[in-house]
Design a protein around this ligand. Structure first.
Ligand SMILES: *Cc1c(COP(=O)(O)O)cnc(C)c1O
Length: 420
């Protein structure tokens, strides 16, 4: 459920008409709803209430905006970060260092050091080599790094191949059949406090079975580790829960996920950790855009050219993803159209042959479910700027990320004298 609804014929974010935001901030612009973020955060937490003291870390990569992180920090969420930049954001948003988990397959020396110096709660180690490097840094630093070993369970998440992370051929984690020996060796390092295992098999999962299969394998690994005399007090189950991108689409609910987790992990005797991203932020944001013009070529449907493009919202071009597309002030008339951006690349297509609200030049429309993996994946391709972001709270709103003009990006470039 979200708070983007029609009121008096105009699409609102909570109590703010999107037409007002377009007038005051311009388009394209990402619009997030605080009430929706809070609702999703609470629904997810409530779904885990049967577990003992679960730790929930929002996957910052889904939406790293500081105001969004602050909303989630206020809800008691920690952060799952995958770079120094994300770590800095989580800290700036007021997340407690102890509630921050550092994931990622290629943490650099300076990123490992940054995490140690910040006193973060846990490193999710993705290889034996990374473990030794972190151990050395921690010893030099006179500290011990709390760690989980990320395992690759070789489970097909049955999602888009580019966001599947738990198959043997994917780059993530250590192979399950080598996990116990690696864990045992790393546990002997003075600089490491090996305390658990971590798993994350992919994103936008539409069924729970792959997760359940992966968790069962993790449960068996925990038993094996304890048999070998290793301590295991934590298990990080990652994120991955899918969200509906099409109105009416069915996805596993947080409640179904929570009860599956409770059932599978009943005898684990660990503190469970979670890293939800998309399920918290996805439906809490839209990308608001204006139609530049409609053009016809041949006999097919018209091309509706909007002012948002693949550089602002990459998912359709990158994953062939679907985003519902609705008019801000629908007339009731419908049309079939190709929805495209202005970028000089055929990949800059949001939808082909889409049945949608009738739109003409100047009309406003939204791409829904753009709150996760939206603004954060933007680029300045075609020398377009970076889109502004707005957070709505009831009947007020604030610009929470300025639009970065193409001219400002150009300002950061230099032509050396020797080019004449
Ligand atoms: C991306 C990612 C997540 C979040 O995935 P969602 O599908 O957005 O919930 C969690 N953990 C790790 C390690 C990730 O890479």
């Amino acid at each position: 459920m979200d708070y983007f609804q029609l009121k008096d014929g105009v699409l609102h974010a909570e109590d703010v008409a999107l037409s007002r935001i377009a007038e005051e901030v311009g388009t394209p612009v990402y619009v997030y709803s605080r009430a929706t973020l809070e609702r999703h955060a609470r629904v997810f937490r409530d779904a885990l209430s049967g577990l003992h003291d679960p730790h929930i870390a929002f996957a910052v990569k889904a939406n790293p905006n500081l105001a969004v992180l602050k909303v989630l920090a206020n809800e008691g969420y920690g952060a799952d970060v995958v770079s120094s930049g994300e770590l800095a954001r989580a800290l700036a948003a007021g997340m407690k260092p102890a509630d921050i988990v550092f994931s990622g397959v290629g943490k650099t020396h300076s990123e490992l050091l940054h995490g140690l110096e910040a006193g973060i709660g846990q490193f999710n180690i993705e290889s034996e080599e990374e473990g030794y490097e972190l151990a050395a840094i921690a010893e030099r630093h006179g500290s011990r790094a709390a760690c989980a070993l990320r395992v690759n369970p070789d489970v097909d998440a049955r999602t888009h191949e580019k966001i599947s992370t738990g198959k043997r051929e994917n780059k993530f984690g250590v192979p399950l059949d080598r996990a116990a020996e690696i864990y045992t060796r790393l546990a002997q390092e003075d600089g490491l406090d090996m305390r658990g295992v971590a798993v994350h098999i992919g994103s936008q999962l539409s069924t729970l079975e792959p997760l359940e299969t992966a968790f069962e394998k993790v449960g068996a690994l925990i038993a094996e580790l304890r048999d070998k005399g290793c301590a295991v007090t934590h298990a990080d189950l990652g994120g991955g829960l899918g969200v509906p991108y099409k109105a009416g689409e069915k996805m596993p609910s947080p409640e179904e996920y929570g009860s599956m987790v409770a059932r599978v992990t009943a005898k684990w005797d660990v503190r469970l950790m979670f890293e939800p991203g998309r399920v918290i932020a996805g439906n809490a944001g839209v990308l608001l855009t204006r139609v530049i013009r409609s053009k016809r070529s041949g006999n097919g449907p018209p091309f509706v050219v909007v002012d948002a493009a693949m550089n602002d919202l990459a998912r359709p071009a990158m994953y062939g993803a679907w985003h519902d597309f609705d008019a801000v002030a629908p007339t009731g008339d419908r049309m079939t159209a190709h929805i495209v951006g202005p970028i000089c690349e055929t990949g800059d297509t949001f939808a082909m042959d889409r049945e949608c609200d009738a739109l003409v030049a100047g009309d406003l429309a939204v791409f829904r479910t753009a709150g996760a993996y939206g603004a954060t994946m933007a680029s300045s391709y075609n020398s377009r700027g970076f889109v502004a972001e707005v957070l709505v709270d009831g009947d007020c709103f604030a610009v929470v990320a300025d639009r970065i003009a193409a001219a400002a990006i150009m300002d950061a470039e230099r032509v050396p004298d020797w080019l004449g």
